[in-house]
Design a protein around this ligand. Structure first.
Ligand code: PMP
Length: 429
């Protein structure tokens, strides 16, 4: 049992002694309890949660319907291993996801536990279905910390340093970001060069893209790029994989962010908000592709945990019953409008490039509002000051200067307004 009287300082000291440095924690607070968009630490300090456990809590902390579904499942059984004795909730969830697939072809779904595991398995399925090896991803992308997904991740520090050689046949294209001076034409030209210099298109199994780049800085993939990739994939028999681990489940105002583009992916990776705080991930894809792997080639002891499946079924109903896609749009509008006013004020840190889809909103902190450089130090100061104000706020981005907002979509208007007021104070010079 945890010590009930533990202080943050005490836990930090014990953590430093017992847990390696390799797993970093953004803030020196230790959680005691949480509800919807609020969290209390072990000292009783209250925080408005704009992080949602890194995009896991679109339906908030401990949504009553999710908790009830998990409790009911726990009364029946907690684990059997789907490979040993399968269960209804896994099948029902697969059916529910297939019915919501953003493509016309018949769909199938398979479940895992973490986002990285979903991405790994999407690559395995794509390689098996195409008989090819090559995987193309983007600079700034984040796909996970396992060996293959680390290779696919487009950022060296801190994700790749010290971990030896990367798995072969992974290639990166520059991701189009106006602030980085990279256009869609640049990305497509780089793909032409890649096909000419490194790997012929006939050896590429998949192009993997986040419809909104998450860790890389909350950059929506331009529709023009997604359309061009779809066309190139069709021309060369390459599969297009949308990594929706961070952008999925109503965050952007649609169930999947790729729906904004009208482009149909072949496979989709899902995790995070799929199960409202319980560990669950999956691959949803065209049935004809998904069925190419021989029995036994996919799975995992905990993959598709019954507790998490029950949670995910509740999450899907909550998204629909509470209209969370529309709510994401409304929250996004409120946040953007407020940020636009912040961007004009001289008494606040200079912010620019307010962007995002639905409630997946990010902005840059720069040294100077008119064409300044990315300001990582000030960004770190802002998140630390936000914490002192009682707001959990995450940064991200290749240059570490992006603030991202991942507030639960179930947040009430009052708590949202309170969080934005805290953000304003955190930005004050
Ligand atoms: N893909 C994307 C787009 C992500 O944002 C993340 C996690 N931030 C992952 C994959 C990896 O997920 P996990 O940490 O659950 O392995």
């Amino acid at each position: 049992m945890p010590t009930p009287t533990a202080s943050n300082a005490d836990l930090l000291r014990r953590r430093s002694a017992a847990v390696p440095r390799g797993v970093a924690t953004a803030f020196p607070i230790y959680a005691d309890r949480a509800e919807n968009a609020e969290l209390w630490d072990v000292e009783g300090n209250r925080f408005v949660d704009f992080a949602g456990g890194i995009a896991v809590l679109n339906t908030g902390h401990r949504h009553p319907k999710v908790m009830a579904a998990v409790a009911a499942q726990a009364e029946r059984f907690t684990h059997t291993a789907f490979q040993v004795a399968a269960y209804d909730s896994y099948i029902e969830l697969a059916e529910a996801l297939n019915a919501r697939a953003p493509f016309k072809a018949p769909a199938k779904s398979i479940l895992f536990t973490t986002g990285a595991e979903a991405v790994e398995n999407a690559v395995k399925i794509a390689r098996c279905a195409t008989g090819r090896n090559g995987v193309i991803t983007f600079s700034g992308a984040f796909h996970g910390r396992t060996l293959m997904t680390m290779a696919m991740t487009g950022k060296v520090l801190p994700y790749k340093r010290g971990f030896g050689s990367m798995p072969a046949e992974v290639y990166h294209l520059p991701f189009p970001v106006p602030q980085n001076g990279v256009t869609v034409a640049d990305s497509l030209k780089a793909l032409d060069f890649l096909f000419a210099a490194d790997i012929g298109p006939d050896r590429v199994a998949a192009i993997v893209i986040e419809p909104v780049q998450g860790e890389g800085g909350f950059h929506p993939a331009p529709v023009e790029l997604l359309k061009a990739l779809r066309e190139i994939c069709d021309r060369h028999g390459i599969l297009l994989i949308a990594d929706e681990v961070q952008s999925g489940f109503a965050r952007t105002g649609r169930l999947f962010a790729i729906e904004h583009s009208g482009v149909e992916p072949d496979l989709i990776t899902m995790a995070k908000s799929l199960a409202g705080g319980f560990p669950l991930s999956g691959v949803l894809g065209k049935a004809e592709i998904m069925d190419r792997v021989e029995p036994g080639g996919l799975g995992g002891t905990y993959a598709g945990s019954p507790l998490a499946c029950a949670a995910a079924l509740a999450v899907l109903s909550v998204i629909e019953e509470e209209g969370l896609c529309a709510r994401a749009d409304a929250i996004g509008e409120t946040i953007k409008a407020r940020l636009e006013t912040f961007a004009t004020r001289n008494d606040l840190v200079p912010i620019t490039a307010i962007r995002g889809l639905g409630a997946m909103i990010g902005f840059d902190i720069v040294t100077d509002r008119t064409g300044g450089a990315p300001d990582k130090e000030t960004t770190a100061r802002v998140t630390a000051k936000a914490l002192a104000e009682g707001l959990i706020l995450l940064s991200c981005g290749t240059h570490g200067n992006v603030i991202r907002i991942l507030v639960p979509l179930t947040v009430g208007d009052a708590v949202l307004a309170e969080g934005l007021a805290k953000l304003e104070r955190a930005l004050t010079l």
